[in-house]
Ligand binder design. Structure first.
Ligand code: PEP
Length: 254
């Protein structure tokens, strides 16, 4: 079953109006030049830029996503943003369970599952992030940790149409360090097995599993040509048009 490669940029807490719009316009222009790219493109700017980035992407095959959401529709939750609001702002996707939210905000698998379900209910697709810390890796627990995160964070209602999984080893995020290609393929294959048990083989075989963690133009081909790797979630390198687009090109998007 062919799964469409996804090239997703997570801008994190970066970008003011001028440079955020310039970045979005740059990505849009390059993707337009590709004509009909083989890949699906997504950018996830901070909440403050969603509306302006949406406008900047007009006419380009680049989807818009947010980096987090609350698990309810509206109400007394100061500082939070609901999935319904994200949909209203023009998002098609939201990221849940990024390791920085798990670490900085103590987000549990249970909470991530509730957020993901709320996002589906609002009509959004969800990129659910999983990944082990260095200590967990050194203790040989990578597959156990990732399996538990899949079982706990992915709603029972997840399908290959509403969900993308991103495997991001915590120790590889923003560090320039990466696992070997074999390690990545082993984890992705194991994750697909857990997804098959939880959601059925049909969904698991069609569900995209992205790799994230220091993806750069130079290593994109190595990771994105692995059989169970269906794209990349890109942090630092998504902040430069050239790097983001060269990752896509090296992955064979055009
Ligand atoms: C991320 O934050 O999702 C990420 C993968 O970051 P980086 O590409 O900078 O490692």
């Amino acid at each position: 079953m062919a799964r469409k490669i996804m090239i997703a940029g997570n801008w994190k807490m970066n970008g003011l109006l001028e440079d955020g719009v310039a970045l979005a316009k740059g990505v849009a222009a390059e993707v337009k030049k590709m004509g009909k790219p083989e890949c699906e493109f997504l950018v996830c700017p901070p909440f403050t830029l969603l509306t302006s980035v949406k406008k900047a992407l007009r006419g380009a095959k680049v989807a818009l996503g947010a980096q987090d959401c609350h698990f309810t529709e509206k109400g007394a939750h100061t500082g939070d943003i609901s999935p319904v609001m994200l949909k209203d702002a023009g998002c098609q996707y939201v990221i849940t369970g990024h390791s920085e939210r798990r670490a900085d905000h103590g987000e549990s698998n249970e909470l991530i599952c509730k957020k993901s379900q709320a996002a589906y209910d609002a009509g959004l697709k969800v990129i659910i992030c999983i990944g082990e810390t260095l200590a967990e890796r050194d203790a040989g627990k990578t597959i156990d940790v990732c399996s538990a995160q899949i079982l706990g964070s992915v709603p029972e209602t997840a399908t290959s149409s509403n969900t993308v999984i991103a495997y991001e080893p915590v120790w590889a995020i923003g560090t320039g360090k990466t696992p070997t290609a074999k390690d990545v393929e082993d984890v992705h294959a194991a994750v697909r097995k857990v997804l098959a048990k939880k959601l059925g083989k049909g969904n698991a075989n069609k569900m995209r599993i992205l790799y994230g963690g220091s993806v750069k133009p130079a290593n994109a081909k190595e990771f994105l040509s692995l059989p169970d790797v269906d794209g990349a979630l890109i942090g630092g390198a998504s902040l430069k048009v050239e790097d983001f687009i060269n990752i896509a090109k090296n992955a064979g998007c055009c």
